[in-house]
Ligand binder design. Structure first.
Ligand code: ADP
Length: 364
């Protein structure tokens, strides 16, 4: 009698039942190591499917470990050059090292790739280990962060202090209309400061695994209305349109976080579009989720830049961008929050032709 052994499917929803059942003893040992290490490492089978990975490895790419397991490494992180290195190690049984741009695009990471020959002499899989370099992500973040503090936190504070000084020292000369204008400027700056601090706090919670969501069902139209009302107060030169499906069921998410994501995207839509233009929020129902889109009539983003704008501190340079303030953290925070809901965020845009940012929300 012949028995055909087929490789079990390793889809995420089957993991609970199948993962333990078919892992070999060597793979189980590796799994224990992965679960308990701070190193950035992953174990791939000979088809380059991810069998097990450490938390640091998943975090390196902005995923949770369970989202990676069973997926093909190159399906998630395509690269012809890296595939050639992996194949060589698998076919020759000799280890290799390679360098690759870090996920945030700020530096080169050194990777070691080691073939495992646990059972007999044949290569049974590949172990990927990231070497921690001197110029690691922590240093990079600190440098960028210091730069950010010195500029993005200081400039709104300067305006706020200037307004307070003027209103106090010139109170008799200023008309009530002038005073109102000045105070409104201060309010806008105070709001931008509080947005920046909120984004920094969310990122710090994410980095230290303290991001916990308060998930519940709610009506999306109410949250969209709140976010639009809020942005309208600081962007009265723009027009806003909301078009949500009338029959949209409740979504199941963290209401406050969703409002923040919407607000960040609306703020960008306004910041990177000319005055007088229109910003639209719309929704599309899918089987298991609601897709929210925020479109603007602004400067647009080239295909090449679209791949970069979700990286930390990444701000585009170019015509029309000079003098527009920002931290380069808003989209990263949106991405983290949407992914924490197991959703997806992406942009569709053409240079000079406006942009539409989309994100998905799970239905209740
Ligand atoms: P920032 O605080 O700089 O706006 P974000 O992370 O929100 O940071 O955005 C990163 C960069 O992406 C921005 O600096 C800008 O160059 C680009 N960007 C974001 N939204 C838009 C948009 N709607 N239109 C054009 N460019 C955008």
């Amino acid at each position: 009698m012949t028995t055909t052994l087929t490789k079990p499917s390793r889809k995420a929803d089957e993991l609970q039942y199948t993962r333990e059942a078919y892992l070999s003893s060597e793979e189980r040992v590796l799994q224990v190591v992965m679960n308990n290490t701070h190193e950035c490492m992953a174990y791939l089978d000979n088809d380059f499917d991810i069998v097990t990975a450490s938390k640091a490895y998943a975090k390196n790419y902005g995923y949770a470990v369970d989202e990676l397991i069973g997926k093909n490494h190159f399906g998630l992180f395509p690269s012809t050059e890296r595939r050639a290195v992996f194949k060589r190690v698998r076919d020759t049984g000799l280890p290799a090292v390679f360098q690759e741009e870090s996920w945030d695009g700020h530096h080169q990471d050194d990777w070691r790739i080691v073939p495992l020959k646990c059972r007999g002499r044949a290569v049974s899989g590949l172990l990927l280990i990231k070497k921690e370099g001197a110029n690691n992500a922590g240093d990079q973040w600190r440098d960028e962060f210091m730069g950010l503090i010195s500029h993005e936190l200081r400039s709104p504070l300067t305006v706020i202090r200037g307004v307070i000084n003027t209103v106090l020292s010139e109170s008799e000369r200023l008309s009530s209309e002038d005073t109102r204008h000045l105070l409104r400027d201060a309010e806008v700056e105070a709001e931008s400061l509080s947005q920046l601090l909120w984004n920094l706090l969310e990122l710090s919670r994410y980095q230290t695994d303290r991001l916990s969501l308060s998930v519940g069902p709610f009506i999306i139209s109410r949250v969209v209305k709140n976010a639009v009302e809020k942005i309208r107060r600081q962007a009265f030169d723009y027009s806003f349109e909301v078009d949500l499906p009338a029959d949209a069921p409740e979504v199941r998410a963290d209401e406050l976080r969703v409002e923040r994501v919407l607000f960040n995207l609306l703020e960008n839509a306004v910041k990177y579009s000319p005055k007088g233009s229109r910003v639209k929020v719309f929704g599309r129902l899918q089987k298991h989720c609601l897709i929210i889109g925020i479109s603007d009539q602004g400067m647009g983003i080239s295909r090449e830049d679209q791949a970069k704008i979700f990286r930390p501190f990444k701000r585009l340079e170019g015509v029309g961008l000079h003098g527009i303030g920002g931290s380069g953290l808003g989209l990263l925070v949106c991405q983290r929050l949407v992914e924490a809901h197991k959703g997806r965020i992406w942009v569709e845009s053409q240079e000079g032709n406006g942009s539409t940012f989309y994100f998905t929300l799970p239905l209740g």
